[in-house]
Design a protein around this ligand. Structure first.
Ligand code: SF4
Length: 782
């Protein structure tokens, strides 16, 4: 008989929802404060009642209508009273307690009644009681409700829920049979493995089977997506994984995963996949205001959502954005919420990194209940370092609170007092910097946190009293930023600093995560295995260290599947592009780039470490080479402007074209200009991040940690940009192209050691004559 895993919380929340989406009334994310309050109530109960047991895991296998439900959950507390067990369900809340009655939330009772049934039936009690304890997040006060139930009454209630859930469980179990049979029969969806592909697939499969992480550097052309997804699907079919999360840093790379699944489906795979699109992108309304008065999809959403969901999952397997939108329109439900619901039925979820790692938005429906057999496939994993630092850091500025104070002058004394207290903390932190523009502390700004907690509590109360405040951007931004800051403060450890900066008349305080490895490691523990890959994970040891790998995790560098001879790599080590030497280098760089580009007609990109340097060389270049169609990247470009920029790169152009771009910018990675759309790249400098106070804090931290401060803060991130930019040139087996690296540091062993193995044939050039001769030979122009 099929078994269906069913956490009680999910069962109750899924079946008992109704009404509108109304983001003004949602209890905001005060989870960490909530967890603290939770623990303190449990502790107090343990003192008051000797047999009070906290966090009691409950589970049972219940057979009902030919399905075995593996039901589980965790009661907050259980104790005995008058000979019967009492299930204590603790709920922290921002709602003032006087507004909470016995029927405040039927789901709270439902969840506890299910726990009560499990406990009573396993321990042969004819009766059990439920106590709901509400605890105010702001005052710490509690309010309790108590009811006694017969065991039969509890049984009838739980079985009633299972009856309603039967159609969903049946779908789950039937689908698993169909899916697993198709996976068994699935063969690799290409005629043969390319060079390196089989290796990557085998390493992936082994990592998943062994519950480990794999760090794989796999060059362009390896077919990384299919080489990781195919073995992951196979592992899922063998019961080694429950769900595959394909995580990307950019929207564009999600397509590769969708295409890989499409291809496997063409080979008869039955697999449900979902792409999660960000809420503000998929929203049907001009403004994402999720209230029944402003959005027709929010109104009655929960009354229609289960019908929409059932229709979707019984009739479709591939939930890309367009399909999600189609079902949402058909049933008049919110497309974003629908996609989150579909995710529970999807075998694979394609989404941004933040749905797994970001403490603000990670998918609680999967990860709040502890570990499961999830596999995380992290695409372009080199991006995760900076993204993780951002996700685990939080910043507040003084001006935000002054703006709120000005806008909400008449909101009442306590609110004004709270804002004044926050402002005072900013001023104290500013004063602590003395004459300096910034200062760093290894401690949390405790007084600021206390003031922010008060401020957030008052915001909660005001929102309850005045629903219109929930639509005010100034108010909401300040409130959310404060909550986020408080939540990130809970993660603060020795890998953080508090960074105070005076910035154009303002003061900002940042809880700055310098080393994301520990927190990433905690997030990865939500799954059973992780595959992190990129064309540029150099050096692998650095990425393993900073992305939370351990000694038992596997590092692998896959060889390029392309002929090395198709890429001509040259470096000009006689020019220094260091900041202090830039002015003198302008004409030399323009001349070298001009010579490189003039050798063969085609499309080229010249990459620079800054817009200023780029523009200076551009002006010189255009004057010297008017016959070449040269143009520059702009500092901020819309989606349309980016596309128009890339449209200039035509196959076999009639005129030579040189695009001047910034290293590490939007045109230095993630663009795929195959064939003759791009035949050469000039990379000026070693890509070091701009010298800055924050980068230096990272440097000092790693210097203390492992003596590799400069490498971790500057050299490795810089070379990553260089390797990414160089990787734009050869995109397929038949591509031929050239890369010219300009900087004396490329001659240093420390940098050369970071060159990929397929650059072994690179040549040094010391003047334009030599450059011309080598290129002519490469292009066969003699
Ligand atoms: S459609 Fe947009 S505004 Fe409406 S509920 Fe969904 S996200 Fe909110």
């Amino acid at each position: 008989m099929e078994k269906v895993k069913l956490p009680i919380r999910r069962l109750v929340e899924f079946l008992l929802r109704f009404g509108d989406i109304d983001s003004r009334y949602v209890e905001k994310d005060r989870m960490l404060e909530g967890a603290k309050a939770h623990r303190s109530i449990q502790k107090a109960n343990t003192i008051d009642c000797a047999d009070y047991k906290s966090e009691v895991s409950l589970s049972a296998e219940i057979e009902y209508r030919e399905i075995v439900y593996v039901i589980d959950g965790r009661a907050d507390g259980i104790f005995m009273q008058d000979g019967i067990p009492v299930i204590d369900e603790i709920k922290t809340t921002a709602t003032p307690l006087h507004l909470i009655g016995e029927d405040h939330n039927i789901k709270h009772w439902a969840q506890a009644e299910c726990y009560a049934y499990l406990y009573a039936s396993c321990n042969n009690f004819g009766k059990a009681a439920v106590q709901i304890t509400y605890c105010s997040l702001d005052t710490g006060e509690t309010k309790r409700f108590f009811k006694v139930f017969d065991a039969d009454e509890l049984k009838t209630f739980l079985y009633g829920l299972l009856e309603k859930y039967a159609i969903w469980a049946y779908h789950t179990s039937e689908w698993a049979k169909i899916r697993d049979a198709s996976i068994k029969a699935l063969s690799f969806p290409f005629p043969a493995f390319r060079k390196g592909q089989r290796n990557l697939a085998v390493y992936t499969y082994k990592a998943i089977s062994g519950g480990k992480k794999l760090f794989a550097q796999a060059p362009t052309g390896t077919g990384k997506t299919i080489s990781t997804l195919f073995p992951a699907v196979k592992a899922l079919g063998e019961g080694k994984a429950a769900k595959i999360f394909y995580l990307t840093a950019k929207t564009i790379t999600r397509q590769a995963a969708e295409e890989a699944f499409y291809r496997m489906r063409q080979h008869s795979l039955k697999f449900k996949t979902l792409t999660i699109t960000a809420k503000d992108k998929i929203c049907f309304c001009a403004e994402t205001l999720c209230y029944p008065e402003t959005c027709e999809y929010a109104k009655g959403h929960y009354d229609r959502i289960n019908g929409a969901l059932l229709d979707a999952i019984t009739n479709c397997d591939d939930f890309n954005r367009a399909v999600v939108e189609e079902y949402a329109k058909k049933h008049r439900v919110c497309p974003f919420e629908l996609s989150l619901d579909i995710s529970l039925w999807a075998d694979s979820i394609i989404c941004d990194y933040n749905y797994v790692f970001d403490p603000r938005v990670y998918l609680r429906r999967f990860f709040a209940e502890g570990r499961d057999d999830y596999v995380f496939i992290v695409d372009e994993a080199h991006n995760l370092v900076d993204r993780a630092r951002e996700m685990f850091s939080a910043e507040l500025s003084k001006s935000r609170f002054l703006e709120i104070k000005k806008t909400f002058k008449g909101t009442g004394k306590p609110f004004k007092k709270a804002l004044t207290a926050v402002n005072k903390c900013f001023l104290a932190l500013k004063a602590a910097c003395g004459e300096l523009e910034h200062c760093i502390s290894n401690d949390l700004p405790e007084e600021l946190l206390t003031s922010l907690t008060k401020f957030a509590g008052l915001c909660d109360a005001l929102l309850k009293e005045n629903r219109e405040l929930g639509t005010d951007n100034t108010f909401l931004s300040g409130y959310f930023e404060a909550l986020n800051f408080l939540n990130i403060a809970e993660l603060f450890n020795e890998m953080y600093v508090t960074f105070t900066e005076k910035r154009s008349g303002d003061v900002t305080i940042k809880l700055f995560c310098l080393d994301p490895s520990f927190l990433l490691g905690e997030a990865f523990k939500r799954g059973c295995s992780a595959i992190l890959f990129s064309a540029t994970l150099t050096p692998l040891g650095y990425f393993r260290d900073i992305l939370s790998g351990g000694d038992t995790d596997t590092l692998v560098a896959i060889d390029t599947p392309f002929k090395s001879a198709n890429l001509c790599v040259l470096f000009a080590g006689h020019i220094s592009t260091r900041f202090k030497n830039r002015d003198q280098s302008i004409s030399h760089v323009a001349e070298l780039a001009g010579c490189f580009i003039s050798c063969k007609k085609g499309n080229y990109i010249v990459y620079f470490p800054s817009y200023k340097y780029m523009h200076d060389v551009f002006v010189e270049f255009r004057a010297k080479y008017p016959e070449i169609h040269a143009f520059e990247q702009e500092a901020s470009m819309t989606e349309d402007a980016r596309e128009a920029f890339l449209d200039f790169f035509k196959e076999d152009p009639e005129q030579t074209m040189a695009a001047f771009c910034v290293l590490g910018g939007i045109f230095s990675e993630g663009i795929d200009l195959k064939g003759t759309r791009l035949i050469g790249a000039v990379i000026v400098g070693v890509g070091l991040p701009q010298l800055s106070v924050q980068q230096n804090i990272i440097k000092d931290y790693f210097m203390r940690k492992n003596g590799m401060g400069y490498e971790y803060a500057y050299m490795y991130p810089g070379m990553n940009k260089v390797l990414q930019a160089a990787g734009r040139v050869i995109r397929s087996e038949s591509d031929r192209g050239a890369v010219l690296l300009i900087d004396e540091r490329f001659t240093h062993a420390a940098y050369k050691n970071l060159f990929p193995s397929h650059w072994q044939h690179c040549k040094t050039i010391r003047d334009v004559k030599k450059l011309e001769a080598v290129l002519k030979e490469f292009w066969g122009l003699f």
